[in-house]
Structures are given as structure tokens and as C-alpha cells.
Design a protein around this ligand. Structure first.
Ligand SMILES: *Cc1c(COP(=O)(O)O)cnc(C)c1O
Length: 340
């Protein structure tokens, strides 16, 4: 029996579900792990996660397709990306196949919380890892916990899609050889001040430039950019300090293979942004959010949002990828993972 929730109006916030998956790492090995109802974690006050932010996370979603199946979009890529993040943060890797299995177990155990087809809502899945044993001198912890919880979330744009207003941030998101390319909690801790300030000033997001030269477009605090040039080429910034969004990588495949568009991943100087026709932000939460304006001081760049608050090409990309996810359009091999 599905939970009785007003799926269209649940918003995006933590709503504990019945079960979560927990596995602990001790003496150099992960235990079997399993489901638990316990939503609280009790660990040392000196745990690595508290003292030196030794933690990382992933974000993905489960949802109901048109045929009524419960599926997850490309969980193997989240597993792989978490393993990449773990290496950079000296966290012990959680095996890719076990990660996918843990996510599937969590979804299955909370199947009543997976929103129905057509509601616009999804079951957001949050796998994460943290250093649990005490540290005082700066060093990696000796023990870790891998945990997966799920929380139902409403449609990203309540009341319909709306073009976003961005500002070019004076702050930097990631150092050239830092941690921008991995999903570390610390990347978000330091983005809070700039995003709170942006919101106070009426902006939805920050556009970050590369911190070495401050001339090239990188990404926002939590989404990758995708631009469409005036001649219809889909371009996305290339940089070693951008987090490789699974949504953005999937959209590039959709653009090339499904829509027959020319695609490029290359350095995009901010100077070039004013010549772009369309702009969107890619991430799991909204798939692709249209950008209406990017402001840099008094300079305002505007983009085409004539196709129902989105650019026409971004609209097609959005319709095609969400169609693939919901089972209305045939998916490339391996993109849709069936839970039951
Ligand atoms: C998670 C994240 C994204 C989006 O990645 P998806 O895999 O598409 O959800 C983009 N940028 C940053 C900084 C992120 O942390």
C-alpha cells in the first residue's frame, strides 16, 4: 500500500522512511551490512566526520515508470563516482556492485514511499560515507560507516518550470587541483555562504568561474551547465574541477544519439556566454532547469526561454530524457535499473 501523501506538494526536505541500509568498516574490511529501522547515528564526538569533514555523498532517485515498474536511473554511475570520491578523501571504497545492491534493498524496503507515476514526485536516495572513529591529530579515521537512506521529494519546480536567475559569484567553488571533481560534503559547506548571500540578493544560483583565471565557466554549487549555441550545438564546460554530473553526461548522449545534435565538451570562456542561445542547469533533482538570466555586475545576459519557460532545444532534451526515465521512450542499454 502506497503511503497517503499529497505527492505534488511534499517539497524537497528530509522525510524519514521506514528502512535504511548500514554497513560498517572495521579492521580494514566492510561488514555484510543490512537494513535497519534506526534513523539515528551514535558515534564519538571526535569522529573523523565531525573534526575534519571526512565524508562524501551521492544523490539519485527511484520512481515509478509508465508501466508501473519501480526503477533507478544509472545507479552504477553513482557507485563509480562515490568510489572516485572515496579515493580522493581517503575513505575506503564501497564495492560498486554492493553499492547498487544496497540502494536497491533500501528502495525495495521502502517501496510504499516510491511516489506513483505522473505525480512528479520521486524517492530521493542518499548514499553517504563518513569517518566514525575518533581522530585528533589530522589523519584519516580507522573506522567508517556507509549508509543509504531514502526520502520522498516533490516536483523540483512547484507550480511549473520557471527560468532561473543567476549571478557570477565573486567566490570560488573549487581549486584547480582541489576537490571540485568529487562529491565531498566539504564542497557544500563552503558554498553555503555564497548561496545564502545570492538568495538574499534575489538570485537562484551562483555561476562559478574557474579559480585559476576567473575567465572560464565552471558550474553552480550543485549543477553542471549546458549551453546551446545559436547554430544549435550543445556545449558543456570542460574542466578538471567540475563534478561530473550523471544527468549532464546522459543529456549529452541524448543530444547526440536521440536528437542528432552536435555536442562539445570544451573550455567555455565567460566572454562567450553572451553569444549562447540557451542555458540550462543539469542535476538529478530537476534533470534540467532553464536559466533565464546570468548577471555579472550590471551586465545582464538573457537566454531564449520561449518554449514554455525553456529554450526550445533544452525543452527537447528535457522531454527526451524524462521520457527515457519514465519508460515512454526506449532507454539506452543499462540506463534503467529495475528494482523489483
Ligand atoms: C551532484 C552534483 C551535480 C549533479 O550531478 P548529478 O549526477 O547529475 O545529480 C553537479 N554539480 C555538483 C557540484 C554536484 O555536487
Amino acid at each position: 500500500m502506497k503511503k497517503e501523501l499529497d505527492w505534488g506538494n511534499i517539497g524537497f526536505g528530509y522525510r524519514p522512511t521506514d528502512y535504511r541500509f548500514v554497513s560498517n568498516y572495521k579492521n580494514g574490511a566492510w561488514d555484510e551490512g543490512g537494513l535497519t529501522k534506526e534513523a539515528t547515528v551514535t558515534i564519538s564526538e571526535s569522529a573523523g566526520v565531525f573534526q575534519y569533514a571526512q565524508t562524501c555523498f551521492e544523490g539519485m532517485k527511484a520512481y515509478t515508470t509508465e508501466k508501473g515498474e519501480t526503477v533507478i536511473f544509472r545507479p552504477d554511475l553513482n557507485a563509480q563516482r562515490m568510489a572516485d570520491t572515496c579515493r580522493r578523501l581517503v575513505l575506503p571504497e564501497y564495492p560498486v556492485d554492493k553499492f547498487v545492491d544496497a540502494v536497491a534493498q533500501t528502495v525495495k524496503a521502502n517501496i510504499d514511499w516510491v511516489p506513483p507515476y505522473g505525480s512528479g514526485a520521486t524517492l530521493y536516495i542518499r548514499p553517504f560515507m563518513m569517518g566514525t572513529s575518533p581522530v585528533l591529530g589530522v589523519s584519516p579515521a580507522a573506522e567508517y560507516q556507509f549508509r543509504v537512506f531514502a526520502s520522498p521529494v516533490g516536483p523540483y519546480f512547484k507550480g511549473g518550470i520557471r527560468p532561473l536567475r543567476l549571478r557570477v559569484s565573486d567566490f570560488d567553488r573549487a581549486a584547480p587541483n582541489g576537490t571540485g571533481h568529487v562529491k565531498a560534503g566539504l564542497n557544500y559547506a563552503m558554498s553555503l555562504y555564497p548561496i545564502v548571500e545570492a538568495h538574499e540578493q534575489g538570485y537562484d544560483e551562483n555561476m562559478y568561474l574557474d579559480s585559476r583565471t576567473r575567465t572560464n565557466v565552471e558550474e553552480t554549487g550543485g549543477a553542471n551547465f549546458l549551453f546551446v549555441t545559436k547554430d544549435g550545438t550543445v556545449v558543456t564546460p570542460k574542466s578538471t574541477s567540475i563534478l561530473p554530473s550523471i544527468t549532464r553526461r546522459s543529456l549529452m548522449v541524448v543530444a547526440e544519439k536521440y536528437l542528432g545534435l552536435k555536442c562539445e565538451e570544451r573550455v567555455i570562456p565567460f566572454e562567450e556566454v553572451k553569444d549562447m542561445a540557451e542555458c540550462g542547469l543539469c542535476g538529478t533533482a530537476a534533470v534540467i532547469s532553464p536559466v533565464g538570466k546570468v548577471e555579472n555586475g550590471d551586465d545582464v545576459i538573457t537566454f531564449d526561454t520561449s518554449a514554455g519557460n525553456m529554450g526550445p532545444t533544452i525543452r527537447k532534451l528535457y522531454e527526451t530524457l524524462t521520457g527515457i526515465q519514465m519508460g515512454r521512450i526506449e532507454a539506452p542499454e543499462g540506463w534503467i535499473y529495475k528494482v523489483d
